[in-house]
Design a protein around this ligand. Structure first.
Ligand code: C5P
Length: 409
């Protein structure tokens, strides 16, 4: 049920807009209050009067209406809502969302909001399949927008295919489950490390490695999508911050360890899981120069003493106080993957190891796919080759079942 929930329904230009009065009714039957925003194009398919009648509220259409702005500014419209629902979402509006445009009231509200956004796309199959639309969908979903549909079927234009808006009852059910599905990791806290570390030699030079951070960031995002309160401690990467995750940016391994230790218990809540994915530099320069070092031009080279970095995974595993219930590490191996990873599990004292095959032919480093084995004290389990985001989701499912059953294997 949706009692007490306030939905801002954004209706854009698609023939499916004629189904919106029915959608408003379905949402209100579930107990929600619904307020509508329409684009100019949407008004060609359903009238503001109809939506106003079924929502029993004013319909907002104009970004530059003095009266509307005085009564209810565009920022307030999104602030008042618990969720923004775009239905039908035209290809044009999806493109505006992806590009961050704000040239009408609908797009402006979508850009100005910090509320969850659900979109029910509706368009011709070719527009749906167009690379531009698919790229826009990828962009907006990576920012946390959830899709409802579309479905396959007969189109108003006479074609058949993917792109029909989901039926109003199905959209209402999806909104209901958005609010009422208890996520398996709700109430759990997670710390994830990701990316490389960077160890200064002088103000402009450093020791680092080629880790992209893709796998660690994907794990942080997957844990958050399961409802966990996630902090991602990341070295420098080129990746966007994952959706719904608190970021802590560090450079050196020693800073990464301090950040992780600080996060072990916040507001009296200990972390439940730590996933150490970062490719931590093994050494740091003992005494980095404060000035840029000069070439020695044949003289004796600058003597660089390297010291060993702390092992963050081992340190978290060995904690006597506030040790997360589940500490998980990664092992990048090129041969004897399972054997080496099992030895690492014992050496580091962690609960699980994800062993990944990083031999050059797998293109794991910097690539989008990963081939892994889950190593626990109970044994080794090989997963088929899959994308790093699929590995993240599968691992998160295992974490959720371990934490909820308090089993570690
Ligand atoms: O010892 P090795 O680098 O192979 O171990 C890899 C695992 O240990 C990864 O989970 C990595 O994040 C973690 N690690 C760490 N601190 C280090 C070295 C590795 O947390 N100094």
């Amino acid at each position: 049920m949706l009692f007490g929930k306030s939905i801002l329904l954004i209706v854009t230009a698609g023939i499916a807009a004629y189904k919106c009065p029915e959608l408003v009714r379905r949402l209100r039957e579930l107990g929600a209050t619904v307020r509508c925003v329409m684009t100019d194009g949407a008004k060609e398919f359903v009238t503001p009067l109809t939506l106003s009648a079924v929502s029993e509220d004013k319909v907002y259409e104009d970004l530059f209406s003095l009266t509307d702005e005085q009564e209810m500014g565009h920022i307030q419209l999104s602030r008042d809502a618990d969720v923004l629902l775009v239905a039908p979402a035209s290809a044009n509006t999806l493109a505006k969302m992806a590009g961050g445009q704000a040239d009408n009231l609908a797009a402006t509200v979508l850009l100005a909001t910090d509320k969850p956004v659900l979109v029910a796309p509706a368009m011709n199959v070719r527009m749906w399949e167009h690379k531009a639309t698919q790229a826009n969908l990828k962009t907006i979903t990576s920012r946390g927008v959830d899709l409802i549909g579309p479905v396959e079927g007969e189109m108003a234009c006479g074609e058949y295919g993917m792109g029909r808006m989901s039926e109003p009852a199905d959209i209402a059910a999806a909104v209901d489950s958005f609010f009422n599905t208890v996520k398996p990791l709700t109430g759990k806290r997670a710390i994830v490390t990701s990316g490389p570390t960077l160890e200064p030699i002088d103000p402009v030079r450093f020791i680092s490695n080629r880790s992209s951070g893709k796998q660690g960031h994907a794990i942080a995002e997957a844990l958050a999508s399961f409802g966990a309160d996630v902090t991602l401690v990341s070295g420098p990467t080129k990746l966007p911050d994952p959706f719904g995750v608190t970021m802590v940016y560090i450079e050196s391994a020693r800073d990464m360890l301090s950040a992780c230790k600080e996060l072990l218990c916040t507001d009296g809540r200990p972390a439940d899981v730590a996933v150490c994915v970062a490719a931590v530099s093994d050494w740091y320069v003992a005494d980095p120069s404060e000035e840029k070092l000069k070439k020695t031009c044949g003289e004796a080279p600058f003597p660089m003493t390297l010291r060993e970095n702390p092992d963050i995974l081992a340190a978290l595993s060995a904690l006597e106080e506030n040790r997360p219930a589940l500490v998980i590490g990664f092992a990048a191996e090129t041969e004897n993957i399972v054997g080496n990873a099992q030895a690492k599990l014992l050496r580091k004292g962690c609960d699980w190891i994800i062993a990944n095959d990083v031999s050059p032919e797998t293109k794991t480093f910097g690539g989008d796919d990963n081939t892994v084995h889950l190593i626990t004290p109970a044994g080794a389990n090989q997963w088929p080759a899959m994308s790093k985001s699929a590995v993240a989701k599968k691992l998160t499912t295992c974490i959720a079942s371990a934490l909820t059953s308090e089993l570690k294997a």
